[in-house]
Design a protein around this ligand. Structure first.
Ligand SMILES: CC(C)(COP(=O)(O)OP(=O)(O)OC[C@H]1O[C@@H](n2cnc3c(N)ncnc32)[C@H](O)[C@@H]1OP(=O)(O)O)[C@@H](O)C(=O)NCCC(=O)NCCS
Length: 184
């Protein structure tokens, strides 16, 4: 099965929203109350918010496509301390474990490193074992644990970080085509 990863355009907003809503429901069904999930998605995935993220000069927003259909997305930002952060990465459950996440890391880390960013951070919900395994697989190291309100509940988060050069050097992120994921 072949996937393409490319920078998102404004035409991808609806596809991103659909992937976000479904993937959030599957991923956080146990850990986040339904009303808090709904409230967060209604705020963070509006058309306006996504249009700004896709267009913003401090952001790198990528989508993965199967044919013409968006099946995943990832957004990196330049933080105010001039380091990078992977702030969203979601692959539709029907398309997970096929190399798309790896492709988002390879493409995104190379893109932000090209602008001089040296470190990348990423946070995950502490109980999100698949996401943690994914980050650890590619060399991210645990940096800190913290809590945050999401709606009316407190969620525990773990933040990972690593030098981008070591992520790209120490893993096989530079060659991500064996499962058919192409970067454009
Ligand atoms: C986490 C996520 C982004 C990974 O993307 P993906 O396309 O499924 O991952 P890949 O196929 O590129 O996996 C690469 C490697 O990461 C590790 N990995 C990925 N998913 C894993 C899982 N569920 N359990 C254990 N290891 C996993 C494996 O080592 C895998 O290699 P392998 O398949 O050859 O064993 C994706 O599963 C996802 O969107 N999950 C739901 C949303 C989410 O939790 N997002 C992160 C929020 S912080």
């Amino acid at each position: 099965m072949s996937y393409t990863i490319r920078p998102a355009t404004l035409a991808d907003v609806n596809g991103v929203t659909e992937v976000a809503r479904h993937t959030w429901d599957v991923t956080y069904a146990q850990s986040l109350a339904t009303h808090n999930r709904r409230q967060f998605l209604d705020r963070a995935y509006t058309t306006q918010t996504l249009r700004e993220a896709i267009s913003h000069e401090r952001d790198w927003f990528f989508v993965a496509l199967r044919g013409e259909t968006v099946v995943g997305f990832a957004q990196y930002v330049r933080r105010f301390d001039a380091q990078g952060e992977l702030v969203r990465i979601y692959v539709h459950p029907d398309h997970q474990r096929r190399g798309i996440g790896r492709g988002f890391l390879a493409t995104g880390l190379a893109a932000i490193a090209a602008t001089g960013i040296e470190l990348c951070y990423v946070s995950a919900e502490a109980n999100n074992a698949p996401a943690r395994a994914f980050y650890e697989r590619f060399g991210f190291r645990l940096h800190r644990e913290y809590g945050r309100f999401l709606g009316d509940q407190i969620i525990q988060l773990v933040e990972y970080t690593a030098p981008i050069s070591s992520l790209l050097d120490a893993t096989d992120l530079a060659t991500t085509t064996e499962k058919g994921t192409e970067q454009t």
